[in-house]
Design a binder for this molecule. Structure first.
Ligand SMILES: NC(=O)c1ccc[n+]([C@@H]2O[C@H](COP(=O)([O-])OP(=O)(O)OC[C@H]3O[C@@H](n4cnc5c(N)ncnc54)[C@H](OP(=O)(O)O)[C@@H]3O)[C@@H](O)[C@H]2O)c1
Length: 284
């Protein structure tokens, strides 16, 4: 596997880095609003321009925080690539349009770059895809994708009209959860679907991990940069770590120029072996 994280072979990203910014817990009082907003701005300025959010996060508060950050971005900061998600219970043809409009308003934008189905619910996939295609035809979203889809879900999506227009599957992936390497990651690579890795820091379980810290010491970076560079090493994966701290985001951004060598990868494999058989998709 290549260990270069600087360029993007995923055309929809238009050359942006494969490292973005998550936002599940942002805008909800863990830190004050301005601190988290400035952290997002700092991240975009460091080149972490894919911002991931969802109508679900803080019931819209995360999208509002991101909207404030976008309005305060200094000129020349680059154009962030916005990702948001519709909840399964809003995934009907009309529900998608309503949910999209509310997200768009909270974000304060005309167009959302990438709109995802957060996870599968009872609405037929074909209906959600039709709604996504309608938003795309109207120029309201640029691309659409899915989240928490296992290989059989992707195969089903590929069988429905326009299902092959999906550009991303956002799933849980980190050094302690490698099940997707067995079948889903190869399937997505073969079918030109980008994989967005959520919980790339194990939802904070990997913070302070001794092996990652030791590998990081060798490269003059922290363990979180190692975890992120590892997640992005195939060139097919976009990692979206969350942080409300500009300092932590700065540490994470070191992953952009970190090249893990064969010895680093072997040590991680020894501690967390790649899957040898199909595993159910991990979901948080
Ligand atoms: N599609 C889905 O179903 C789904 C599910 C889960 C998550 N997501 C997306 O993926 C994003 C990331 O996942 P996640 O938030 O669950 O977990 P994560 O990114 O693996 O971990 C986030 C945690 O790591 C801490 N952290 C980040 N950088 C750090 C650093 N350099 N040093 C120390 N601590 C650091 C953060 O705290 P600080 O704020 O203190 O830095 C936060 O507690 C979410 O925010 C969301 O956008 C999607």
């Amino acid at each position: 596997m290549s260990t270069t994280n600087e360029s993007s072979p995923l055309p929809f990203l238009e050359g942006r880095a494969h490292l973005g910014l998550g936002s599940w817990h942002l805008g909800q009082g863990r830190r004050d609003w301005d601190t988290e907003m400035q952290a997002l701005i700092a991240g975009v300025q460091l080149g972490l321009s894919v911002i991931d959010t969802a109508e679900m996060y803080g019931d819209g508060l995360s999208e509002e925080l991101i909207g404030d950050a976008l309005r305060q971005l200094p000129p020349g900061s680059g154009q962030p690539f916005l990702v948001s998600k519709v909840l399964p219970h809003n995934a009907s043809r009309r529900g998608v349009v309503r949910a999209f409009e509310a997200s768009r308003q909270r974000l304060g934008v005309r167009c959302i770059d990438l709109y995802l189905l957060h996870w599968r619910g009872s609405t037929p996939l074909a209906e959600t895809v039709a709604a996504f295609e309608e938003l795309k035809a109207e120029g309201k979203i640029r691309h659409w994708g899915v989240s928490n889809f296992d290989t059989d879900d992707m195969q089903e999506l590929w069988r429905i009209p326009q299902g092959r227009n999906c550009v991303v599957n956002q799933v849980l992936y980190n050094v302690q959860s490698r099940g997707i390497e067995y079948d889903l990651l190869p399937w997505c690579r073969e079918h030109g679907v980008g994989v967005m890795a959520y919980c790339p820091l194990g939802h904070s379980d990997l913070i302070g991990d001794p092996l990652l810290a030791e590998i990081g010491d060798r490269h003059g970076v922290g363990g979180t940069a190692v975890a992120l560079a590892w997640a992005m090493r195939s060139g097919q994966v976009i990692a979206i770590p969350e942080s409300g701290s500009a300092e932590h985001i700065h540490d994470n951004a070191a992953a952009l120029s970190l090249k893990l060598d064969a010895d680093d990868l072997a040590r991680i494999d020894a501690a967390s072996p790649p899957p040898r058989r199909k595993q159910p998709l991990d979901i948080l």
